[in-house]
Ligand binder design. Sequence first.
Ligand SMILES: *[C@@H]1O[C@H](CO)[C@@H](O)[C@H](O)[C@H]1NC(C)=O
Ligand SMILES: *[C@@H]1O[C@H](CO)[C@@H](O)[C@H](O)[C@H]1NC(C)=O
Ligand SMILES: *[C@@H]1O[C@H](CO)[C@@H](O)[C@H](O)[C@H]1NC(C)=O
Ligand SMILES: *[C@@H]1O[C@H](CO)[C@@H](O)[C@H](O)[C@H]1NC(C)=O
Ligand SMILES: *[C@@H]1O[C@H](CO)[C@@H](O)[C@H](O)[C@H]1NC(C)=O
Ligand SMILES: *[C@@H]1O[C@H](CO)[C@@H](O)[C@H](O)[C@H]1NC(C)=O
Length: 305
Amino acid sequence: MLQFAIIAIQIIPSITVIIPAYNAEKYIQTSVQPVINQSLQNKEIIVVNDGSTDSTKSALRKLQITYPNLIVYNLEQNKGPLFVRQYGVQKSRGEYVFQLDADDSLRHQNVLQDLLAYTILKPDILHFQHQAVKYFPNNSTQEISWWGNAQVESANSSNMLSMLVHAKIHWLIHGKLIKRTIFAQAIEQINDIRHLIYGDDEVLCIAVFSIAQSYNGVPYIGYNFNQRQDSVTGQRNQSIQTLLKVIIDYFSTRDLVQKLLPPDLFDIRNRITKDYEVNLTQNEKLFDYHFLSLQNYLIHNNLKL
Ligand SMILES: *[C@@H]1O[C@H](CO)[C@@H](O)[C@H](O)[C@H]1NC(C)=O
Ligand SMILES: *[C@@H]1O[C@H](CO)[C@@H](O)[C@H](O)[C@H]1NC(C)=O
Ligand SMILES: *[C@@H]1O[C@H](CO)[C@@H](O)[C@H](O)[C@H]1NC(C)=O
Ligand SMILES: *[C@@H]1O[C@H](CO)[C@@H](O)[C@H](O)[C@H]1NC(C)=O
Ligand SMILES: *[C@@H]1O[C@H](CO)[C@@H](O)[C@H](O)[C@H]1NC(C)=O
Ligand SMILES: *[C@@H]1O[C@H](CO)[C@@H](O)[C@H](O)[C@H]1NC(C)=O
């Protein structure tokens, strides 16, 4: 009897879009549908439902009826954005990974196709542009100015982390195509802090930028960064010191001192306090404590300040 070997040819998707969703019933369709509708055929869409207590799960099931390729993971418990983004990366197969927030959207149906054209030189990171869109209570919208766009055309391993820290490159994790292999390596390094419930953008960007070798910023606007009054911006029920400690420990223990020097940490501190609109005067002692640990580390390892 003839045996036919069926060889399944695994086609690697060009892009995996990862959408973390927490209590996103209102907007999940307006973020997922435009991804489903993308003209790029060779894509993978992963939604990670982060233990939502509203009807996000059934909204996703409905979307799967019209688009069976939609991959959905329903987590039993709410784990927070850093965990969920990492989870999505671990499940993804695409050459590039792209994080889309559940209340944001792609601007038109050719965005992924267009972005792919920009990856011809295979940069580890391709950063494109956001358009901030303000939603009024009556659902009319207005495009408003936004300060987080790519200002740098290219960067390499010796300068991109510093550009990130010094705000030449914005540290939102969405709006960047990141090679899956790089992203996967980066999340490996921050496995022990995956339960941090905010600061996911900062932590992931620093981890990714400390590993990547090449960066391109392009003037292409593809991402609607939707500003709604009722947006769930995540619980910030963890102290800002926790975030700073995590970041500083990350630098201290991972031999990143050749790429970033301690003064850069003050910039990180200043940017985080600005991003989260917190006043650190009460907490600077704690910051200094960690800063001193880093200094000791440098001295111990004969590294110059
Ligand atoms: C997606 O495509 C469907 C069918 O082609 C169309 O009815 C729908 O309006 C599109 N939605 C979006 C958000 O582009
Ligand atoms: C919606 O609300 C905004 C802000 O209040 C207003 O400027 C706009 O004219 C309203 N649009 C409609 C269609 O009512
Ligand atoms: C605005 O849009 C949301 C989401 O689609 C909808 O739930 C809500 O009823 C709309 N509000 C108005 C005033 O039309
Ligand atoms: C990185 O880019 C800078 C600025 O363009 C350049 O001076 C430097 O030689 C590059 N470094 C590497 C390792 O390619
Ligand atoms: C943070 O969460 C804990 C336990 O859930 C709660 O007791 C505390 O009040 C919360 N703190 C803030 C600032 O929301
Ligand atoms: C932050 O602290 C400074 C110095 O104590 C104070 O002048 C300022 O009003 C504080 N700002 C806020 C937003 O609390």
